[in-house]
Design a protein around this ligand. Structure first.
Ligand code: PEP
Ligand code: MG
Length: 752
């Protein structure tokens, strides 16, 4: 086979003409294979497309028996066509029937053809089908022929995807449509229902012009764009303003290396020589890379792929002359692989109605911020960033964890109805607001709410919470561009205390490190940040930071009761040393004649299992203890809570978790200490029922959970729940969830 005179560019032009025709899908496919075969001097050209269940079906052929069309099907991995689809790599053979992968299909009549070249039809990392050419002569196809066929297949894929090639509905195969409705089953991380339009956090740059008019000009455009990309990356690296250290600097250094990579540049130049525009060449090289890396299943390479994707997008923007900043449309639902809490806040609440992420777990900070913004959020929605396109309609159900992309109008209507129902349910919970959280057998439970930003404060009155059981002060530090000054910190805390009125507020001192980093601070890269330099460890090594914050809190709470909570305490000595720093600040305030709080109470977060064994000693100096079940259980089970691959591996309602909490409850009761729990468990009705059964009497949760938890409490009798939960601790189940739910159903305990 030789590429016909005029090269692939002529062929691409001819393809474009066929695609534009107003004929049926099948007619266009039939024409396409004929044109490709003629132009590439192949005796056979065939298109196989993927059917539901992954089978590859012969959709069109020139050269093979026409009767085989729509009758020959190959499973993924079956035959040479299946191999191309499975590996997403071209297969080039001089003697195909002799290859062990060859699968003989008599109905096709392909036995006389020796040479075989198959290339995948790929878009967005997905293989849609396979394009093949065959010849009788037993010769290997030349490199440029492989290249040419790949280019043809890329154009084919792009047009299939944009719906311009054929009306797929005619093919009666929903699986092939990239604009078909899709449902993603993720994890509901923040409740609520949203109906809106997709906005990509890192929007794919849309390439409209695929086929070059003048390749020489495209090469120049590519060189210019690479030049300006390199300049901008270099500038970023050298910028004194950025002042990056550790990981941040490594990332940008890696960018620089990638941006200067000659192999990358060469691959794009080669792609242009096959007739593509510079932007189509960037896409094609990136698509090939993505498919290769995704098949390797290597987390390090996958991480690098995000960098390369980012780099390719930047290069595309340089080519297209697009800017990065984007304005949100009304009812925006943002879709992203991952996002930080500050980035989410940047978008604001005004136009944003929902969020869907691929990498996020319940305790990720972006999830915490989404909940405090009252924004429905789904995490672990694998693959959604590849499928969604800007402007697609989408429904987000933060309760079930389902995202419906491009839903049918009936689905939208159903979710609109669900949203209305939720609003009614909230109205019902609002009616409960002024009723006490008291069990059927008369035990009063204290329900507090978690907060971290000024925008959380109106929820205190709306939810009827008894106070703020956990105020995460680090959020305020994380959203700013610079470290807040003393006066600003004091004013902020004073506003919070004022907004809470008579209700208590427990301020947790900065819980930094791990997954919470300040955008403006230098941060050393650590092998295991969750076990590294964080929270109280930083406070004790950099006492000025803690003292500064305590000073602001003392100023803000003048004349009132100040409650300070120290995070990530792992032993009593640590707590005592931090408490001594607080005392020194109180002493300083006295010496300078500042009006001080009426009383200062200092408590410890119990988030590290080692502290569970030291409660009698701890409680001699600590005024209260709050269990941070998010961290406590992730350390107890050795599970990284921010890693979606393992975050769901162990259930909080495992007997070991409940036994550990029972030990803490009993030990603190013996020491006559004040105990509460402020992790996410507190806000889940079934988990909270178990916690109350274990003896906890104060829970702190997201404000939206107060209503459902109060409803649960008012429908349960502790005298029944406590002995049942106690007995369950002796079981060996992976999770006690089913047993607890059955118990609740039997006793009429409401779990909404
Ligand atoms: C916890 O660990 O349970 C907790 C409340 O702290 P955070 O989620 O802020 O780490
Ligand atoms: Mg914690």
């Amino acid at each position: 086979m030789v590429v016909a005179a005029g090269g692939p560019r002529l062929l691409l032009r001819r393809l474009r003409e066929i695609m534009a025709e107003q004929t049926s899908a099948q007619t266009r496919l039939d024409k396409l294979v004929t044109v490709i075969a003629t132009n590439m001097v192949a005796e056979v050209c065939s298109i196989y497309l993927r059917r539901a269940g992954k089978a590859l079906e012969l959709f069109a052929t020139e050269g093979l028996n026409r009767a085989a069309v729509h009758n020959t099907r190959l499973q993924e991995g079956e035959g040479l066509v299946g191999l191309v689809a499975e590996t997403a790599e071209p297969v080039n053979l001089s003697d195909a029937p002799a290859d062990p992968h060859f699968s003989y299909r008599p109905e096709t009549g392909e036995d006389p053809y020796k040479s075989f070249l198959g290339v995948p039809i790929v878009r967005g990392g997905q293989v849609f089908g396979v394009l093949t050419v065959q010849n009788r002569a037993a010769v290997l196809y030349a490199e440029e022929e492989v290249e040419a066929l790949q280019t043809v297949s890329m154009v084919l894929a792009e047009v299939v995807a944009q719906g311009g090639l054929f009306n797929i509905a005619e093919l009666d195969e929903p699986e092939l449509r990239v604009d078909r409705p899709r449902v993603f089953h993720g994890e509901g991380l923040s409740e609520g229902v949203a109906v809106g339009r997709v906005v990509m956090h890192e929007p794919r740059v849309l390439v409209e012009r695929m086929i070059a008019d003048d390749p020489a000009e495209e090469l120049t455009r590519l060189e210019d764009a690479i030049g300006s990309l390199r300049d901008s990356v270099d500038e970023m690296l050298d910028s004194s303003e950025l002042d990056l250290t550790g990981e941040g600097r490594e990332v940008i250094e890696a960018y620089r290396l990638f941006a200067h990579d000659q192999g990358w540049r060469q691959r794009m130049r080669d792609a242009i020589r096959t007739g593509l525009t510079a932007e189509a060449a960037v896409e094609r090289v990136q698509d090939e890379m993505r498919v290769r890396v995704q098949r390797l299943d290597d987390p390090v390479l996958r991480g690098r792929l995000h960098d390369l994707d980012d780099l390719a997008r930047r290069l595309l923007r340089h080519l297209i002359g697009e800017s990065v900043a984007q304005e949100l449309p009304l009812n925006a639902v943002i879709i992203a692989r991952a996002m930080g809490p500050a980035e989410l806040l940047d978008y604001g609440r005004e136009r944003l109605v929902g969020l869907v992420l691929e990498d996020a777990a319940a305790t990720s900070h972006v999830a915490i911020v989404a909940r405090s913004m009252g924004l429905p959020l789904i995490g672990s929605a694998d693959g959604i960033t590849d499928s969604a396109r800007v402007g697609d309609s989408i429904v987000v159900d933060g309760e079930s964890g389902e995202a419906h992309l491009r839903p049918q109008p009936e689905i939208i209507a159903a979710f609109e109805a669900k949203r209305t129902l939720r609003e009614h349910a909230q109205a019902r919970f609002a009616a409960l607001r002024d009723l006490p959280a008291i069990t059927k057998d008369g035990v009063l439970i204290k329900l507090m709410m978690n907060a971290g930003l000024q925008l959380d404060m109106p929820h205190l009155a709306e939810s009827g919470a008894d106070g703020i059981g956990l105020f995460r002060t680090e959020l305020q530090f994380m959203i700013g561009e610079t470290m807040p000054r003393l006066a600003d910190q004091a004013a902020f805390y004073r506003n919070i205390i004022d907004a809470a009125g008579e209700k208590p507020v427990v301020f947790r001192t900065l819980d930094l490190g791990g997954d919470k980093v300040l955008p403006y601070a230098r941060w050393e890269r650590e092998e295991n940040p969750a076990l590294g330099w964080r929270a109280i460890r930083i406070a004790l090594d950099r006492p000025a930071l803690l003292r500064y914050q305590v000073r602001a809190l003392l100023m803000a709470a003048a004349g009132r009761i100040l409650r300070i909570l120290l995070p990530m305490v792992s032993n009593v000595d640590e707590f005592n040393r931090a408490r001594a720093l607080v005392d020194r600040e109180i002493e300083r305030a006295r010496l300078v004649g500042m009006e001080r709080p009426r009383q200062v109470l200092v408590g410890a977060m119990l988030e590290v299992p080692s502290l569970a064994f030291m409660l009698p000693q701890l409680m001699r100096n600590a005024d209260f203890v709050s269990i941070g079940s998010n961290d406590l259980l992730s350390f107890a089970f050795a599970v990284d809570r921010t890693n979606p691959r393992v975050s769901r591996r162990y259930d909080n309602l495992n007997p070991a978790a409940l036994t550990l909490i029972r030990l803490i409850v009993n030990s603190s009761a013996e020491a006559h200490g004040e105990l509460s729990l402020c992790g996410e468990m507190a806000g889940k009705p079934l988990d909270a029922m178990a916690l109350l059964g274990l003896g906890l009497r104060t829970l702190s949760m997201q404000p939206t959970n107060i209503g459902p938890i109060k409803l649960m409490i008012r429908s349960m009798a502790l005298a029944e729940v406590a002995p049942f939960v106690d007995r369950l601790c002796g079981r060996t189940d992976h999770s006690l969830r089913t047993r607890l739910s059955a118990f609740a159903a039997e006793r009429g305990i409401v779990l909404k």
